[in-house]
Design a protein around this ligand. Sequence first.
Ligand code: DGL
Length: 268
Amino acid sequence: MMKIGIFDSGIGGLSVLHKALSAIPDAEFIYYADTENVPYGEKSREEIEQLSENVMQFLFTRDMEAIVVACNTATSVAIKKLRAEYALPIIGMEPAIKKARDEYPEGRTLVIATPVTVMGDKMRYLLEQVDSKHLVDLIATPKLVRYAEAGVFEDEEIKEYLLGQFKGLDLGIYSSLVLGCTHFNYFKTLLRSILPESVHFVDGVEGTVMQLMRKTGLDPEGVHRKRCAPTKKYMDRVSFFYSGWEALPEDLSKIECYFDKLDEVEKL
Ligand code: DGL
C-alpha cells in the first residue's frame, strides 16, 4: 500500500488529510503535527526552515511515496530548500488566490493567512502573477491558529477578534475570502455569520490533494465532485505523530472532534 506523509505545525493540515483519505482510498498516511512548536506563523524564517527540515527528516526515513507540506507558512518559507534536498515528490500549499480570482472575478478578494505567509516573498511573487489589477487584500489573523489548537471555533471572543481584524474594511466589496492557512477551515461557521452572503470561501485543500494524486500517478478526475465521507471511519489508515511522538488515545479522540468539525463545515 502506498504511504503518504502529511505535515503541519498542528491540526490545520487535518483538513488536507480529511480530503485525501476519501480521495485516495488505498493509501496509508502518516500525519505529523509539530504541536510542540506551533504556531509557525509568528516565528522567524530560520526557525521555520529548521523545524520543517526536522519533520521532513522524520518522514523521509519512513519510506513515503510523497510528502505534503499541509501548511502555507512552512511552504512559503521552506519548500524550495526541501525540494532541493529530498528526492521524492513534495507537495506544498499556497493561498488559493488564483482560484478565487478565476472563480469569482467580479468583486475583490480578501485573503487571511499567518503573518509569515502574508509578508513572504512567495506571496509577493504570487500576487505579481495573479493580481495585476490589485484586487486582492491581505490580512494576518494569527490568533486563529491558537484558537484552533485549543479546539475553540465559535465563541464571542473569536468573533470580536475577527471583527477587529476586519475593521475599516467594507466587507460588501468582496466576492471571495481565501482561507490562506490550513488552521482556518474550522472557523467557516463563524466567518459565515460575519461575512455578507456574497462572499464565497476558497481554500487550497482540494487543489493540494489533486496535485498529490497527479504526483503519485493517480487520476484526480472527479475528486472535486466527491464529498468526504465521515472521516472517523478511516482512522485505521493513519498513524498520528505529535512532534515525533506517537499520538496518545486522548489525542486521537481530540482528532476525531476536529474531523467532526471538518465534516460539518465542508459544504459551507
Ligand atoms: N497551518 C499553517 C498554515 O497553513 C500555519 C499555522 C501556524 O503554525 O502558524 O499556514
